[in-house]
Ligand binder design. Structure first.
Ligand code: PKZ
Length: 250
């Protein structure tokens, strides 16, 4: 089992390169004109044979979410300098509800633990109802950006996003950054909620690796409005790299 876990984590590391391939195979929906009624009726074409990539646009995505997606997605494209083609340091990460299963071609932790396990942030099937998000990473700059559209099932204070839902997404974005070079777990997460996030709105979450000391990774995160003028949330987190056996209680 330890060997399977090692293979599994190597698979996660391959996600970054896999993402480019995946986006070529799955053309983006046309979402230019959207009304709320169209959004609520939209149904994702879930496939039971192929993993569904939740980080590609669906009809529930509003104009701000789409605009930001297109902005970061265009930065993932191959850069050309004169005749030379250079791979961009930005990558879009595909988003699966069983990340480890689909990232590793069949070897997955969920099955070892429980076949019904699903990634917390990807388990609401109604498009637009829960966490609609896409993650972009810049390995060179050790930076992760998440574009989040928070759906109506994430309500905390009336009309606004629950603080726990915000914390979940901060943990996801910072955790993704910390896990790029190996498995890591959150040891500490400090959050300052500066201004409430309206339900249905889109926010930008930027995460940076501030410092690395042995197994410790100090990561920060900032949640802002799409134009960056309004600060919603700030956070710092400590992640510790782990041996995957840690999760198996060894
Ligand atoms: C995971 C694999 C998946 C891979 C697929 C990737 C998918 C990527 C996308 C998904 C994204 C989602 C990401 C979600 C990420 C979570 O939500 S993880 C879930 C929440 N976190 C947990 O449940 C962790 C529970 N805690 C633990 O398991 C253990 O306490 C830890 C954190 C692993 C640390 O234990 P340990 O390895 O035994 O470390 P320990 O020897 O106690 O301490 C080492 C050092 O760290 C310091 N330290 C430890 N804890 C703390 C603390 N809380 N505060 C300050 N310092 C501390 C110690 O003081 C010590 O310092 P030094 O003396 O060396 O200077």
């Amino acid at each position: 089992m330890a060997r399977s876990l090692d293979r599994l984590y190597k698979g996660f590391r391959n996600l970054v390169s896999l993402s480019a391939m995946w986006s070529m195979k799955h053309p983006i929906y046309s979402v230019s004109s959207r009304s709320p009624s169209v959004r609520s009726m939209a149904v994702l074409p879930f496939s039971f044979s192929k993993p569904w990539d939740f980080s590609l646009p669906n009809p529930s995505w509003g104009p701000e979410m789409m605009q930001l997606y297109e902005h970061y997605n265009s930065m993932c494209e191959v850069e050309t300098e004169g005749e030379e083609k250079q791979e961009s340091s930005w990558k879009r990460l595909p988003g699966y509800n069983r990340l480890l299963k689909y990232a590793t071609g069949g070897v997955y932790l969920s099955k070892m633990i429980q076949s019904k396990a699903r990634l917390f942030t990807r388990n609401i099937r109604e498009p637009g109802a829960g966490f609609e998000y896409v993650l972009f990473v810049n390995i060179k700059e050790q930076k992760c950006v998440c574009i989040l559209q928070a759906g109506h099932l994430l309500e905390g204070p009336p009309g606004h996003v629950h603080g726990g839902a915000i914390a979940t997404m901060i943990d996801t974005v910072t955790g993704c950054l910390a896990s790029l070079s190996g498995a890591a777990m959150t040891a500490n997460l400090n959050i300052n909620y500066r201004s409430p996030i309206p339900l249905g709105s889109t926010v930008v979450m930027e995460s940076f690796l501030d410092k690395k000391e042995g197994r410790k990774m100090f990561v920060s995160c900032k949640v802002t409005s799409p134009d960056g003028t309004k600060l919603h949330t700030e956070a710092t987190a400590l992640f510790l790299s782990i041996n995957l056996n840690h999760l198996m209680g060894r």
